[in-house]
Ligand binder design. Structure first.
Ligand SMILES: [Zn+2]
Length: 424
């Protein structure tokens, strides 16, 4: 008997285009037992499979690993940066339905006591497995490249402050973004790396040289490459140049069609090479919501035409041409966060010309490795969690499976029922 869609079961997914780390099996099949992928193969599955398996026929549909979003502030009208546990749960649920089977909750610069309280609240959700941990995007950032963040609460890197936040997060802190040109940054990089936290470079006005020193000290990740950094110059390639130049650094890109030119995405992918690009949403509460006014930490964000920009005063909308734009350090009108989903950035990266295997690596495998959980999820491979997404031939999201359970389709689509042939 076919289990209910949201129950763990034993599934045989057939005739799909299966994107594995070694290439695309077209067609291919995946066998799932309980919460794990149990076997994968090319062509049609061999005869004599367990008759208790429920067969799902997916002719021509793409099967990709579930997405791993390591930079996301909220979605579906609520955020991780403020509000209650239920608000955070709602944001996580929104992104799961859009394909992110694993996600970090990203906090932004805020008063220290507020950050501690929010970190403690999110640590509880990490204990439950709702989120995979926390990303601290602040408070050790450069006011000169603050983007949407509140410079009043930015601090010079301070291991004592880090220890307080680390304690509040009860070991669930995974990524710390900092600006390496700030006083004390190098010591902070070393201390965080020693504590097992991935150090990311971001919201920085650093030169290439200063950035390289931070990489030497143990920084291994780039927070939304190009955005919130000084623009590369051919004689001063800046943080972006230094981060791309170093093979040990993984580089986030927000491939939403707003934050980066498609050519920039292609150049970054080519410069980074295999296993270094990471697709992220940087989504705010506004993801999935109509145009309007939203909060990101202590600042207000106005969304028009799906683009989120900083509003300089409560309720005041951005006026085109008045201040700020791509490349500008700060100010009203700066693009802040996004309204993207991982399904959206994946589709955009493919449309920008990246090959599907590279996109799957950037959306799932590499970010799982950044989190140190690539032995559990992030690829379609036997033994890993049955975290996967089904997309149609045009890469529109059709269904999401997390740990062997089908989740409902994204809002606006018909409620998901497993597609395909009747069970045998
Ligand atoms: Zn962010």
């Amino acid at each position: 008997m076919r289990p209910a869609p949201d129950q763990e079961g034993s599934w045989l997914l057939v005739r799909g285009r299966v994107v594995t780390p070694e290439g695309v099996l077209s067609p291919g099949w995946i066998r799932i037992t309980g919460s794990r992928i149990d076997a994968i193969g090319p062509g049609l599955p061999p005869a004599g499979q367990d008759p208790g398996l429920d067969v799902v026929d997916l002719p021509g549909q793409w099967l990709l690993p579930g997405f791993v979003d390591i930079h996301v502030h909220g979605g579906g009208g609520t955020s991780f940066t403020e509000g209650t546990g239920d608000d955070a749960r709602n944001a996580a649920e929104f992104h799961r339905r859009h394909g992110s089977t694993t996600l970090l909750a990203s906090l932004v610069t805020a008063p220290l006591s507020g950050l501690e309280a929010q970190a403690a609240l999110l640590a509880g959700l990490a204990d439950e497995g709702v989120i995979a941990g926390l990303h601290l995007e602040g408070p050790f950032l450069s006011p000169a490249r603050r983007g949407a963040q509140d410079a009043r609460h930015m601090l010079a890197p301070d291991p004592a402050v880090f220890d307080r936040l680390q304690a509040a997060a009860r070991g669930h802190l995974r990524i710390l973004t900092l600006a390496p040109e700030l006083p004390g940054a190098i010591r902070m990089v070393q201390a965080a790396a020693r504590a097992g936290v991935t150090v990311a470079i971001g919201h920085t006005d650093a030169t290439a040289e200063v950035t390289s020193a931070a990489i030497d000290a143990g920084a291994t990740h780039a927070t939304h490459l190009f955005n919130g950094m000084r623009p590369p110059h051919h004689r001063e390639p800046g943080a972006a140049g230094a981060l791309l130049d170093r093979g040990e650094v993984t580089c986030e890109v927000i491939a939403d069609g707003v934050h980066l030119h498609d050519m920039t995405i292609r150049l970054a992918a080519r410069a980074a090479g295999p296993g270094r690009l990471v697709l992220v949403t940087d989504a705010t509460a506004a993801a999935g919501m109509p145009d309007g006014s939203y909060r990101l930490g202590s600042v207000r964000v106005t969304v028009a035409g799906g683009v989120a920009r900083l509003a300089d005063e409560p309720g005041q909308a951005w006026v085109p041409g008045r201040a700020g734009d791509i490349g500008d350090a700060v100010q009203a009108g700066a693009i802040v966060g996004s309204t993207a989903t991982m399904a959206g950035v994946v589709r955009h990266a493919l449309a920008a010309g990246l090959p599907v295997t590279e996109v799957a690596a950037a959306a799932s495998t590499t970010p799982a490795r950044v989190l140190g959980i690539d032995d559990r999820t992030g690829a379609l491979r036997p033994g890993l969690a049955a975290d996967l997404v089904v997309c149609d031939a045009e890469f529109r999201l059709r269904a999401v499976m997390r740990q062997g359970r089908w989740l409902a389709g994204p809002p606006g689509s018909e409620v998901f029922s497993p597609p395909g042939a009747p069970s045998r």
